[in-house]
Every structure is written in C-alpha cells, then in structure tokens.
Design a protein around this ligand. Structure first.
Ligand SMILES: Cc1ncc(C[n+]2csc(CCOP(=O)(O)OP(=O)(O)O)c2C)c(N)n1
Ligand SMILES: CC(=O)[C@@H](O)[C@H](O)COP(=O)(O)O
Ligand SMILES: [Mg+2]
Length: 638
C-alpha cells in the first residue's frame, strides 16, 4: 500500500522540484518528509532514528547542490531514506528492504542520485575524494563532492586514512560530519569526547561565532569566495584554532559546529561553502530520532531500527508468543560468555561498535573491565584481541561475518600466523536478510578455511554453540564459530557445557539412499527436509559436520564408503566453502561420488527475508528435499 505524502512532498519527484520551493517552504517540506518516513517505517520497518536526524541536512543538500551532477555520498546509508524519497523513489518507498523492493541503502544501480554503494561504514570520504580527484583530473572545477558521515562512522580507520589524503589533495570536496553522539549504541572513544568538547567549549564557540559574523559581513560587501576564505582563515589562525583543531591540523578547513536542524541556516552555509575551494569539513550537531518524540527522548539504540510500531503511541509491536520460544543466537553468546568468564578470569570480550547487536552488552554490563566496545574499528578489534592473547588472556572477538571482511589481514597476520588464542564469534553468518548483500555473511567460511592454524566451526543449535565456545577456551590457537542472525531451535538452551573433540561431527539421522552433510544452523532445514522426504518414501542420512576445518575425516571415510550420492548444504558461498572442502577431501582421498553442493551462488543475492533468500538459492527445506529427490532419481555413473 502506498502511503500518501504531504501536500508539498507530493509534488517533489526530483531535487529539481525541490529547488522550485521558496525558502519559506523549507520547514514545511522537512516536516512532511519526516512524517512520510515515520508513516512508512512504522508500517514497513527499517532504520529509523538516523534518517529522522538528517531530514534538514538532506533537504538543504539537495536544495543547494546540483545533484546528481554534484556527487553526494552517504556513509553507511542507513540515514538516506530522505534522500531516496526526494530523488524519485517516493512511490516505491513502501517496498523499502522488502524482497524485490528498494534497497535499504544507496545503490548505484537503483538511482543516478546514489553515487556510491554503501552499507559498511567509514567509506564515504575515500569515495568522495576519489570522485573529486577524478573531476580535477578531467578539468571539471565546478563539480561538488560531498561525503556525509556520522560521528560513529568517523571512528573507523578508513575515515582517517581518507582525511589524511584529502588534506593534501587540493580537491573540491566537503565532508559533513553529522554528529549526534550516537553510533547504534552510544558512541565511544576519545574522538567522541573531542567532538563533545568542541561543541560545548566556550572559547571555541566564541571564535567560531566571530568567524561566522565575519563571513556574513564579508558576504554583504560582495567579496569573492577566495577573499572570504583567506579572511576566515586569518581569523581562525589568529585564534590559534589551527593548532587546536584536529581537522584543521589535517589541513581541512573546519566550519561549525552548527545546528543541523536549522534548515535555513544550513542552506546559507552550504551555499557559501560551495564557493570555497579545497577540502573542508562542516560539523553539524543533530539529534538522532529528531522530530518523533519517542525516538528523540527514548532509547536511541532501540529506535535505530525499531521494527514495526504504532506511530501515534510510539509502542513498538512485539509478537507475544503463546509458547516458550528459542532464544536468538546472539543472546546465547552473550549469556554464555559471561558464564564462561565467571569461571575463567582470562576470558575477555571485544566488539567493534555492536554491543547490542552481538549481545556483548551483557558482559559489558556485568564485567565492565573485561569487555570492550572499541568503536567501528574491526581491524583494531582483531589486533587488539591479538595483543590481549599475547599476554595469556583469551579474547572472544565478536564481529558480524560481513564486517569481518574489513579485518582479514589482521586475522591472518596478527592472529593466525602467530597462532594466538583468539576466539572469533562471527554473528550474522549466512544471509543477513533485509540489509541485503552488503550485510550477508556469505564469504567467511571460504576466507577463513584457507588460513593456517585456525579452527573453523559452526553450531547447529544453541547447545552446540555453548559447547563450541567452551571448547574454544581449551584450544590454544585461533578458533572461529559462525552462527546466523535470529533464533535458534532450543527452548531449554542453558545446557551444561562440554568439550567437543576438535574436528568431530555428529550423525543426526542414519539413512540409506543419500547422505546430506550440513554445517551450522542450516542443518535444521535438512532435518525438516528429511522428514518431508521420509513421507515420500526416501531414506536419507544426515550428518552435522560441526567443523569445516579440520573436517571429520573418519566421518567422511564412512560417508564416501557407504554413499555414492552426497548433498552438502551451507549458508555461505559455494566457491571455496564447506561443500568445496568436502569435494577436495573426496578427491584427495580417491573417492568417487555424485556430489551436489547447495549454498550461496557466485552472484550478488539481494535483500529479503532470510527464508526468501534461502528459497531463491535452493536451500530452504523444500530446495534441499528437491535436490535429494533429483539426485536419487539420477543413475550413478560407473
Ligand atoms: C564496517 C561496519 N561496522 C559496523 C557497522 C554497523 N553500523 C551501522 S550504522 C552504525 C552506527 C553508525 O553511527 P553514525 O555513523 O554516527 O550514524 P548514526 O546512526 O548515528 O546516524 C554501525 C555501527 C557497519 N555498517 N559497518
Ligand atoms: C546499518 C547497519 O549496518 C546496522 O544497523 C545493521 O542493519 C544492523 O543489523 P542487525 O539488525 O542484524 O543488528
Ligand atoms: Mg552518530
């Protein structure tokens, strides 16, 4: 169902329409845009607080800039709903993040206004700088290049690498720092303190006000942009700002902090800054969830992506189950690490900016000196864990599978080559669902299993997750445990923990016709598939391998001696994954069998509910059952 936009918003099909509005209409268009986001997200879901916080900024940017000619890059992109709505996607916005619908993030193939595909944080400054350097190279001095980056994303190393380059680039680029003091959870670290300091410092603000007054006076006398710049810089320098401002010291002209909700002021500033050449940064102070009281004043972490809610009362709908439910894997992790840490004082917890998402917040609350949120800094999280391990501690470094891609070298170079005891818990492994391809945890099995020393494992249920976590504390080397987004299958999951022999799988179902080998939670689909097959007269065997590395060789000898037809199933990419490992083992051990591998194919799989994506790729329960039936019906090659 398409939700009706307000009167003014209804007329906006592109930024060109927005530009037709008078300045007096800007507040109204902001109100209508905000309302449209509330109306849609409350009914269809998605990220929420971040987009509300940049409504004025979004309107001001598209009002002043000449998009899509000017290049506007949103960092992460979870805050870009207003941008999508103003750039011709209002009519499809009700499909946001749904299977076959709009992506929840800017995406180049979706719109010319989406200059760069995003989803992972801290990439915007590098991307915008690349565009700015390209424009300079092509002799296009008019084009603007703008990166909008949040204070949380600014904690990522890439942002600093990019500013280090931008400061000496002499390019036409503007960084807008959207500072709302929040990441998903409250922002952390010294940078956050620094930003708060310059936002609240009296001395700093006095200088800043003088600078802006000067800018206003100069503009009135019709001076050129260059004159303005040099006079502004003179004033800043005279106040010793250059020496004391982090961004100025990186050679970026720093403006602000300004109120990011004053759309008129933003329009004026952006229009002025457009004429100032060189790399510059505008520090905007905003409120996450602005304009929707429950999000503005309530728990900002909850309102980051609240799920469906009653927009009038602010009540977030929670399905009240009539029967006891299995927990989310992340919560099993969160409670189990605390349980383990109580018994073993070497155990530490590390999360790069996902304390709530990973449930590491349980340990952070109970054992604040033993669990760390290090900011959006996956590389640092891994090497920091390596450092802890050198001192005999046992860090559990919990990183979403797709964000782990950032820290690959650190896993290889800092952990595995030195054979350090770091436990990697890869949450959101497999299809992430509505977040789509940037967030699917598709590649970790492949990219981990080729590294020496590391154990690669995945639990089929909660009990197995606990056992693997316990086992990892006993293994003196790197150990990875992958598990998916969402619930497990066991209501009574607080089982006593036991050590599992490294590389030992387990048989779930004896059978005759075909062997199904699975890794991880997806094995539960195979259980359902076997039940379906049994009703149709088939008798497949099912093995939960538990480990991709080392493989259970005794079990594989048994499988390939007994079965000439084997199906492997994994919620991970087929190339180089679990099925590939089984095939390699089969060839290396001179067995011959028909093997069908089910998993994520070698293409970009878009967003949708996890089950929709499993179905699309042929490894939902029906898909597994069909693969088994098809194979059962083909003759075995001699
Ligand atoms: C590399 C990476 N790590 C973690 C995340 C998860 N993540 C998405 S948004 C976000 C917080 C971003 O904070 P900020 O940039 O300040 O934006 P805000 O939500 O406050 O507007 C995090 C940690 C991510 N997208 N990418
Ligand atoms: C934008 C982003 O990267 C996060 O907000 C992500 O959507 C969180 O995913 P989960 O909801 O699985 O924690
Ligand atoms: Mg923020």
């Amino acid at each position: 169902m398409i939700i009706k936009p307000g009167k003014l918003l209804a007329k906006i099909d592109s930024p060109a329409d927005l530009k037709k509005l008078s300045k007096d209409q800007l507040v109204q268009i902001c109100d209508e845009l905000r309302q449209f986001i509330v109306d849609n997200v409350s009914v269809y879901g998605g990220h929420f607080g971040a987009s509300l916080g940049v409504v004025e900024l979004t309107v001001a940017l598209h009002y002043v800039l000449n998009t899509p000619e000017d290049q506007l890059v949103w960092d992460v992109g979870h805050q870009a709903y207003g941008h999508k709505i103003l750039t011709g996607r209002k009519g499809q916005f009700h499909t946001n993040r749904l299977y076959g619908g709009l992506s929840g993030f800017p995406k180049r193939k979706e719109s010319v206004y989406d200059t760069f595909g995003v989803g992972h944080s801290s990439t915007s400054i590098s991307a915008a700088l690349g565009m700015a350097v390209a424009s300079k190279y092509k002799g296009d001095s008019k084009k603007q290049h703008v990166a909008v980056i949040g204070d949380g994303s600014m904690t990522g190393g890439m942002a600093f690498e990019a500013m280090n380059h931008a400061g000496v680039s002499d390019t036409n680029m503007l960084i807008i720092l959207n500072d709302n003091c929040m990441s998903i959870d409250p922002n952390v670290g010294a940078l956050k303190d620094y930003l708060t300091d310059i936002t609240t410092s009296h001395t700093y603000n006095k200088v800043k006000d003088e600078v802006w007054n000067l800018l206003g006076k100069i503009s009135m006398f019709g001076s050129s942009a260059q004159d303005i710049v040099s006079k502004v810089e003179g004033a800043i320098k005279s106040a010793v700002l250059k020496q004391s401002n982090l961004f100025e010291s990186l050679n970026l002209r720093y403006f602000g902090p300004v109120d990011g909700h004053d759309v008129h002021h933003l329009v004026e500033i952006l229009a002025d800054m457009r004429d100032i050449p060189g790399p510059k940064i505008l520090h905007c102070v905003t409120v996450k969830g602005k304009g929707y009281a429950p999000a503005e004043t309530g728990n900002k972490t909850t309102w980051h992506a609240p799920g469906l809610f009653d927009k009038v009362t602010g009540e977030i709908y929670k399905k009240i189950p009539t029967t006891p439910q299995a927990p989310k894997y992340q919560d099993v992790f969160g409670h189990t690490i605390v349980e383990l840490a109580k018994e073993n004082d070497k155990i530490m917890g590390v999360t790069p900016a996902m304390p709530s998402g990973s449930s590491m917040n349980i340990m952070m609350k109970e054992m604040p000196d033993r669990a760390f949120d290090v900011g959006i800094a996956e590389q640092h999280a891994v090497t920091f864990s390596a450092g802890l391990a050198t001192q005999g501690l046992i860090p559990f470094c919990n990183i979403y599978s797709s964000f782990m891609q950032r820290a690959y070298d650190q896993v290889v170079h800092d952990v595995c080559l030195q054979n350090l005891q770091v436990v990697f818990c890869l949450d959101r492994a497999g299809f992430a669902g509505a977040d789509g391809p940037t967030h699917h945890g598709a590649y970790d099995i492949s990219f981990f299993r080729c590294i020496p020393n590391i154990v690669v494992s995945s639990p089929m249920d909660e009990e197995e997750l606990r056992n693997l976590m316990y086992t990892a504390t006993k293994f003196e080397g790197p150990f990875s445990i992958r598990y998916p987004r969402g619930q497990g299958v066991m209501v009574d999951w607080r089982t006593p923990m036991r050590e599992i022999p490294i590389g030992q799988g387990r048989i779930i179902r004896e059978g005759e016709d075909i062997a199904i080998l699975t890794i991880g939670h997806i094995g539960n689909y195979a259980v359902t598939a076997c039940d379906m097959l049994e009703k149709e007269g088939f008798n497949p065997a099912h093995y939960d391998m538990r480990f991709v590395k080392p493989l259970d060789e005794a079990m594989l000898h048994e499988v390939f001696s007994k079965f000439k037809k084997v199906v492997t199933v994994e919620d991970g990419c087929l190339m180089g994954g679990f099925g590939s490992a089984v095939l390699e083992w089969m060839v290396d051990n001179s067995y011959q069998a028909q093997v069908k591998r089910l998993g994520i194919p070698d293409r970009v799989v878009e967003h949708g509910e996890q089950i929709e994506l499993h179905r699309e790729c042929g490894f939902d329960p029906e898909g597994i059952a069909n693969a088994v039936k098809q194979m059962a019906e083909t003759a075995v090659e001699k």
